[in-house]
Write a protein of this length. Structure first.
Length: 257
């Protein structure tokens, strides 16, 4: 009979260093800037091919909605989505492959397709890759949960302040217009984008170095490989998610025609 503690340990619920947890904060902030840049240009592309964005913005008409969003959009998804994709999937996939890149890519793709929304598929894949890397390098799912939570809760507060604070709204709009509306701004934005990537890579390398020293990285085993059943299940799951995502694109194009 399996002990609950050992099961949770297999799913990555292990202690990690304070340094690793601390690193998730700047990693997440830089990731948010990268994702914002990607989403900005990705949204332009979707609009060019006729896609109409669905309107599902939350109206923060009272403070209770803010706390509701923190629970439903930050706390619960951070725990349960990471449990499923960087916990359960990692635990299952590590027994079928010796290559960490496969763990990261598959969990990220499945995480992105799980949203079944063409608006979200690109940035969730990028974010999922970073969350997968911090989980793998730290040896603990708590780091992935931390990135996920910080990311979502900061977006909630950004949306809240955008609606409730005219000063924040004006400053945010001016910065956005400056970075996207002028050649000089685009150059600054590109420099910040590239710098953010370099900084995240540096911090991930730091986590990897520490993880290697402590022996928390996945052991190499060249005999491990996917079975036919593994391939069939993973492929079918990807196809279902891809089909739903494509349908969301088609619906967005046809919505107002």
């Amino acid at each position: 009979m399996l002990e609950v503690g050992s099961v949770f340990k297999d799913f990555g619920f292990k202690k990690t260093s304070g340094e690793n947890i601390a690193l998730t904060i700047p990693i997440t902030i830089l990731l948010m800037f990268i994702v914002t840049c990607v989403v900005t240009f990705y949204s332009i592309f979707l609009k060019m091919i006729g896609y109409t964005k669905s309107q599902s913005d939350v109206d923060y008409y009272n403070i209770g909605i803010l706390f509701e969003q923190i629970l439903l959009v930050a706390i619960l998804p951070a725990f349960f989505e990471e449990f499923a994709h960087r916990g359960l999937l990692f635990a299952g996939l590590k027994d079928a492959t010796s290559k960490p890149v496969i763990l990261i890519v598959l969990s990220s793709v499945l995480f992105a397709l799980m949203h079944q929304n063409v608006q979200q598929v690109l940035y969730t894949c990028i974010a999922g890759s970073v969350m997968g890397l911090v989980t793998y390098y730290s040896g603990s799912i708590w780091c992935g949960i931390s990135v996920h939570f910080i990311n979502n809760v900061l977006y909630i507060f950004e949306d809240f302040l955008y609606q409730k604070s005219s000063l924040f709204n004006e400053v945010y709009t001016r910065i956005f217009d400056m970075l996207t509306g002028t050649l000089f701004g685009l150059m600054i934005g590109f420099t910040m984008f590239a710098g953010s990537i370099v900084a995240i890579v540096f911090m991930l390398r730091r986590m990897r170095s520490t993880g290697k020293e402590k022996g928390v990285l996945l052991e190499k085993d060249s005999t491990k490989k996917f079975t036919a059943i593994d391939i069939a299940v993973i492929t079918s799951t990807i196809l279902v998610g891809a089909a739903a995502t494509i349908l969301s694109l088609v619906w967005g194009i046809m919505r107002w025609k």
